[in-house]
Design a protein around this ligand. Structure first.
Ligand SMILES: [Zn+2]
Length: 266
């Protein structure tokens, strides 16, 4: 179900307004989902309780929670105890904002954009949790899967739903078989169960050529992330969820151009 939408019917002012709206929505969602990911990783209720500084436990006010700007204004330090606040927070908020803008520019002012924004938000949160805990929470797999199947039904009734389920089964099943084989050869777990479930969900969105493209990009991004994480924390096993998430975003945004070019060679 590849879709590209034309935005040329919008005048420049409307386009800038919608891009700004997507960016602001991305920043706010990034801030909220960062907080949710932190709470899930630290086994706290992710819906109850107010935001506090993890060091001095002082309750944070609205002005301390403005995405990116609070961090810049406070020079990356807590207003109350002066402890450093990781650059990860503003950086990831910016990444989600840019992702929202890119998704909007690619898929236009449509339901499909909303569907992909849900996927991107879930990938964003599960990546942050995976980085901290090496686990992918199921709830961030169920939400995009359900949204994509509802969208598929809306788009092309049951035929589209079966199409999605078949591609999810092919991608998840293929990687499951590869991982079982690798486990036997390496005599240890090669690909985590969470990563295989994530791939099955990503397969719901992709056709076969795009799935192959996703796997290639995921390997390249995975190697780059492994080198970076290994440099910082020697010998620490690295989570694959963030690499798969980044690869999925790249595949959604430009996979169709690359696979069309590649298939055109033959
Ligand atoms: Zn503090």
């Amino acid at each position: 179900m590849k879709q590209v939408y034309d935005l040329s019917y919008l005048d420049t002012t409307a386009l800038i307004y919608l891009i700004a709206l997507a960016a602001i929505l991305g920043l706010c969602m990034g801030s909220g989902l960062n907080c949710a990911a932190y709470r899930i990783a630290h086994k706290k209720s992710w819906t109850k309780g107010k935001s506090i500084c993890p060091d001095c436990h002082h309750e944070l006010h609205l002005l301390d929670l403005v995405p990116v700007f609070s961090w810049l204004f406070l020079k990356g330090k807590c207003r109350y105890c002066g402890k450093k606040i990781s650059v990860r927070y503003p950086l990831t908020e910016l990444i989600l904002a840019l992702s929202y803008v890119a998704v909007f520019l690619k898929f236009g002012f449509t339901f499909y954009t909303l569907n992909i924004m849900v996927l991107v938000s879930c990938l964003f949160t599960l990546s942050l949790v995976d980085l901290d805990t090496m686990e992918i929470p199921n709830r961030f797999l169920i939400v995009p899967a359900v949204c994509q199947l509802i969208y598929a039904y809306y788009y092309g009734e049951w035929a589209s739903v079966w199409y999605c389920l078949w591609h999810g089964l092919v991608l998840g099943g293929a990687v499951l078989l590869i991982s079982l084989f690798m486990d036997k050869v390496l005599k240890k777990e090669s690909i985590g169960g969470g990563d295989i479930k994530l791939l099955a969900v990503l397969g719901l969105y992709l056709d076969i050529p795009s799935s192959l493209f996703l796997l290639i990009v995921a390997c390249v991004v995975g190697i780059i992330l492994a080198v970076i994480i290994n440099k910082r924390e020697n010998g620490k096993p690295f989570p694959f969820g963030p690499a798969l998430s980044i690869a999925m975003l790249i595949t959604m945004l430009c996979g169709d151009y690359v696979t069309a070019w590649y298939l055109g060679l033959f």
